[in-house]
Design a protein around this ligand. Structure first.
Ligand code: FAD
Ligand code: UDP
Length: 430
C-alpha cells in the first residue's frame, strides 16, 4: 500500500499504544474519518487498530483475478444530499459520474425499482396501468415517495390492488431472504429505504450527489489516512492483539471485558451490568481517547447474549464478455435464494472484455469467528438489547462509539461520515 506518512503494519511488540493521544478501533468510514480529523484538526497522534489485512472496512475494493474492481464486502454506491459530506470526501477522490439503476427480475421481466410509473406500465396491461397511475397521482403529488407499508393502508380499491402487487412482487420474498423476517416484523425504516416513487425517475437514489470514487474506495481511504501522526496497524484485533480491556472497578464489584473476548474479572450475573470506568491497553492504564467502531456485544464479552446481525455470503461468477446483465444490480424479488446480483463493471465504468458478477446470499449471523456482522437487525427488541450494552459504556469519559456496528444502526456511507465529522467537532471543541 503506497503511503508517504502512514505505517501499515501488524502491531510490533515495541509499539507502546498508551503513548498515542487517540486509539481508533476499525478503519471503515467511521474510524478513518475520525482518525483524520483528530490528526489534522486536533494535531493528535492516532493509532488505528484494524483486525483485517486491509483498510476501508466494508467499503474496501480491490482487483479480482481477472482485473475487475470488486467490492469484497458488498456493492457500495456513494450518494448524499449533504454538502459537508460531499465537500469533505471530494478532498480525497474525484468522482465517476454513475447513476445506479436497479431492475427487479419479476416473472421473466426486468422492472425498475423503486417501483414507479414506468414500472406500472411494464407490469400491467395499458388500461389497467392507466387506471393505477391515475389513482396514484390523485392520491399523492407527482415526485413524492410512498412507503410500501403506508400504501398498503390505502382504502381505495385501485391503490390497494397496486400496493398488494408491489408488496407481493417486490418486498415480501426479498425481505424474508434478507432479514429472515417479514416487512411487518422489521423496523418500517428498513423497507422505507426503497419507497414507491410517484414519478419516472428510474434511479435507485435521488440524492443530489451520487457516483463512484474515480480510483475506487481503497484509494480514497489511502488518501484519507495519509496524514502525519496517523499510524495504522493491520491484522491487529483491539482485544486479542492490543489487549484493549475495560473494567468497572468500584462499580458494584468488578466486571470486565478481557483479551479473550469473554467477560474478564468477576463478570458474574450480579456485576455484569456494572458500567465500565477504566481502560487498559497492552496491560497498562490508558487515559487517551478511544474511538470504537466495532460491535458492542463482542467488546463486552457477550454478557447479555449476542446482538442479532445478518451476514452475507458472496458467490462470484466470471464471464469472458463485456456485460451479462442489463444494469449494475438486479434484485431477485420472487425467485432464487440470493437477493441480488451486482455486475461490478457497470458500477466502476471499467471498459473490459471480461466481467464479474456477485450473487448475495443473506445468512443468520451465528459465528463471530467465521462470519462478518454486516447488518444490524433493527427491531424494537434488538434496540433494547443494544441499549443495555450501550449503558455499560456511558461512564467512560473519553470512549466514543461510532459507526454502523458500534451504534447498531443501518447507516449509509454519507450518514456515517456526517456523524463522524460531528463527533470530531464535539471532541475537538471539548
Ligand atoms: P465498517 O465499514 O464495518 O468498519 C468497521 C471496521 O472495524 C472493520 O474494518 C472491522 O474489521 C473493524 N473492527 C471491528 N472490530 C474490531 C476489533 N475488535 N479490532 C480491530 N478492528 C475491528 N452505504 C452506502 O452509502 N451505499 C451503499 O451502496 C452501501 N452498500 C452496502 C452494502 C453492504 C453489503 C453493506 C453491509 C453495507 C453497505 N453500505 C452502503 C453501508 C456502509 O458499508 C456503511 O455505512 C459504512 O461502511 C460503515 O462504516 P463503519 O466504519 O461504521 O463500519
Ligand atoms: N427491499 C425489498 N425489495 C427490493 C429492494 C429492497 O424488499 O427489491 C427491502 C428489503 O427489506 C431491503 C430493504 O428494502 O432490506 C432496503 O433495501 P436496500 O436496497 O436499501 O438495502 P441495502 O442496499 O442496504 O442492502
Amino acid at each position: 500500500m503506497a503511503s508517504k506518512t502512514c505505517t501499515y503494519a501488524a502491531l510490533p511488540d515495541a509499539i507502546d499504544l498508551v503513548s498515542y493521544d487517540a486509539v481508533v478501533v476499525g478503519s471503515g468510514f467511521a474510524g478513518s474519518v475520525l482518525a483524520r480529523e483528530l490528526a489534522e484538526r486536533g494535531e493528535l497522534r492516532v493509532a488505528i487498530l484494524e483486525r483485517r489485512p486491509q483498510i476501508g472496512g466494508n467499503a474496501f475494493d480491490c482487483l479480482d483475478s481477472q482485473g475487475v474492481l470488486i467490492h469484497e464486502f458488498g456493492p457500495h454506491i456513494y450518494h448524499t444530499g449533504s454538502e459537508r459530506v460531499h465537500g469533505y470526501l471530494s478532498r480525497f477522490t474525484d468522482w465517476l459520474a454513475y447513476r445506479h439503476e436497479v431492475l427487479a427480475f419479476i416473472d421473466g421481466n426486468y422492472i425498475p425499482v423503486p417501483f414507479n410509473l414506468n414500472s406500472i406500465e411494464q407490469s400491467f396491461a395499458t388500461e389497467k396501468a392507466d387506471a393505477l397511475k391515475a389513482a396514484l397521482l390523485a392520491a399523492y403529488p407527482e415526485g413524492s415517495k410512498v412507503t410500501i407499508l403506508e400504501l398498503r393502508e390505502q382504502k381505495n380499491g385501485l391503490l390497494k390492488e397496486l400496493a398488494d402487487y408491489v408488496y407481493e412482487k417486490v418486498f415480501v420474498y426479498y425481505t424474508m431472504k434478507q432479514w429472515g423476517l417479514s416487512p411487518e416484523e422489521i423496523d418500517p425504516a428498513v423497507t422505507a429505504r426503497v419507497p414507491v416513487l410517484v414519478g419516472r425517475d428510474n434511479r435507485y437514489f435521488q440524492d443530489r450527489y451520487q457516483g463512484m470514487p474515480a480510483e475506487g474506495y481503497t484509494a480514497l481511504f489511502q488518501r484519507l489516512l495519509d496524514y502525519p501522526g496517523i499510524d495504522i496497524f493491520l491484522n491487529t484485533d483491539a482485544v486479542t492483539d492490543a489487549h484493549l480491556q475495560l473494567s468497572s472497578v468500584g462499580e458494584k464489584g468488578v466486571a470486565g471485558a478481557g483479551p479473550d473476548g469473554g467477560a474478564a474479572g468477576s463478570g458474574t450475573a450480579d456485576t455484569a451490568d456494572a458500567p465500565f470506568t477504566a481502560i487498559t491497553l497492552q496491560g497498562k492504564a490508558y487515559n487517551g481517547l478511544v474511538i470504537y467502531t466495532g460491535a458492542l456485544d463482542e467488546l463486552a464479552g457477550y454478557r447479555f447474549g449476542q446482538l442479532p446481525y445478518r451476514s452475507l455470503d458472496f458467490v462470484y461468477r466470471r464471464y469472458p464478455q463485456k456485460h451479462v446483465q442489463p444494469c449494475g444490480t438486479v434484485n431477485f424479488t420472487v425467485s432464487e435464494d440470493y437477493t441480488r446480483t451486482t455486475e461490478y463493471t457497470w458500477l466502476t465504468g471499467q471498459d473490459l472484455e471480461v466481467t464479474t458478477v456477485a450473487e448475495e446470499y443473506p445468512r443468520a449471523f451465528l459465528d463471530p469467528q467465521s462470519q462478518i456482522p454486516y447488518y444490524p437487525v433493527f427491531t424494537e427488541a434488538n434496540q433494547a438489547a443494544y441499549d443495555s450494552y450501550k449503558a455499560l459504556f456511558q461512564r467512560l469519559p473519553d470512549f466514543y462509539l461510532a459507526g454502523r456496528l458500534a451504534e447498531y444502526r443501518y447507516y449509509n456511507i454519507d450518514q456515517i461520515v456526517e456523524r463522524a465529522l460531528a463527533l470530531a467537532d464535539g471532541i475537538l471543541e471539548a
